[in-house]
Design a protein around this ligand. Structure first.
Ligand code: IMP
Ligand code: MG
Length: 182
């Protein structure tokens, strides 16, 4: 009963429309996992670094679709409060203790909007001496050219505020299994 689940999950709040269904997301994440699997081998000592909180579901599904040995760690950067517009400010609340030295690192981001987050985080990670540093983003709004274009993008996103599958609005909606606009 998806409708009932949705209503229960939304607690009476309204969504505009479902942009990427649970099936769309599942299919695309599996494809991305197999693309990544072909791009590395076991010697790369892959480290998948999730940007919290938004990437938590995407990362969980993505690593299960990567057929290589890998490690997982997280990075916490806060750029938005209870606001739909980027403040342009970014705070690193938690940086990984795992060594990046000589490893193939993939930063997993839920959605690229202005690109401020990646532009600020990636130079900090680069300083830690990874062998390679790439970005895998589930969604990309393609607002402007970035210093660091993601190597893997799940979907080009409409210029709307999206929620679900990790994405929140003021912490609501992260647990929806699909991506919707508000
Ligand atoms: P950027 O720094 O402007 O590229 O924004 C990236 C971060 O802002 C993402 O990691 C999200 O947490 C958040 N964000 C950007 N657009 C959206 C959206 O449409 N819905 C929910 N969060 C978003
Ligand atoms: Mg967020």
């Amino acid at each position: 009963m998806p409708a009932l689940t949705e209503n229960t999950q939304l607690g009476g709040q309204k969504l505009k429309r479902i942009v990427f269904s649970e099936v769309d997301v599942r299919r695309r994440v599996r494809e991305m996992g197999s693309e990544i699997s072909k791009s590395y081998d076991a010697r790369d000592r892959l480290l998948v670094l999730g940007l919290l909180k938004g990437s938590f579901l995407f990362l969980a599904d993505l690593v299960r679709a990567i057929e290589l040995p890998l490690h997982v760690d997280f990075l916490v950067a806060a750029s938005y409060g209870a606001d739909k517009v980027s403040s342009g400010e970014l705070r690193l609340l938690y940086a990984p203790e795992t060594s990046l030295e000589g490893r193939a690192v993939i930063v997993v981001e839920d959605i690229v909007d202005s690109g401020h987050t990646l532009n600020r985080v990636l130079p900090l990670l680069r300083e830690r001496g990874p062998e390679s540093l790439e970005v895998c983003a589930l969604l990309h709004k393609r607002i402007q050219p970035l210093d660091w274009e993601p190597r893997w993008v799940g979907f080009d996103a409409p210029h709307e505020f999206l929620v679900g599958y990790g994405l929140d609005y003021a912490e609501d909606f992260r647990h929806l299994p699909y991506i919707a606009s508000l």
